[in-house]
Write a protein that binds this ligand. Sequence first.
Ligand SMILES: [Zn+2]
Length: 305
Amino acid sequence: MELELAFAGASLNRLDHRRTDHVWLEEQAQKGLYLPLWRGKPLISFDDQGAHLGWVAAEQIAPLRELGATQILLGEAQGQMFFAIDATSLDQPRTRGPLAGAGKMIDARSIAPDLTPGDAAVLAQARSMLQWHHTHPFCARCGAPSELREAGYKRVCTSCSASHFPRTDPVVIMAIHHEGRCLLGRKPMFPPGLFTCLAGFIEPGESIEDAARREALEEAGVRVGEVTYVASQPWPFPSQLMVGLLAEALDDQITVGPDELEDARWFTRDELAKTVAGEHETYRVPPPLAIAHQLMRAWLASLGG
Ligand SMILES: [Zn+2]
């Protein structure tokens, strides 16, 4: 089946082999198109077709570039170069300064479902990269300031010359199943009735399968055997990579861990199908934007018609 994975529709050639060519990069920067993000919110423009990323010409964004705003190369499509630029230093960007009247700054999570997959993927790249620069101004080894290099894909320490690279934090997320039922859990802060797939960060020294089995055991006391990869999804809040799995439980015993979940329960196929369709009177699940929703669909599809 075809999964609809938001943020996973890469449409640009990232040109990583050109990132060290400063002369070429500056030439491109002067004629590039820029996606401004203000406090992590992308500029969005609207037309008859709906919402789009709000691309702005280099001349229009020149005041920001002159202030030394962080900018990164996103990539190229049809000969056009695309960049992202951090517009957070602007005060009231909708009404004042270079972006006045250009569109609206909208929360990435709420606008993503309205964007094309290609636009959402570019947004994920832009948001994760700018967020990384924003939170990593200093060298992790010696504490001195670090500087942006290689079109934004590296920072180098001004004192000890250590190189630092953007992070991607892998997370396992799984539809755990056992004899035709699917395990979902909920945390205390969730809205009433909301259940979702179990998930957790992969720790250093763990395989994807190890992490899936550990998380299932820690969170729900469920022992997992076979683990099957389904799909992955970039999740730019700030920079996770969700690794979507189907995981087969060895039995249906649940022991909810003390710190993690408020509840966990097995959903029958009919219950889950109704819940995913938004038609269950008690339960609900995250929206299609979340890979959890897509994993539930993948599990339902795996049971056949
Ligand atoms: Zn250093």
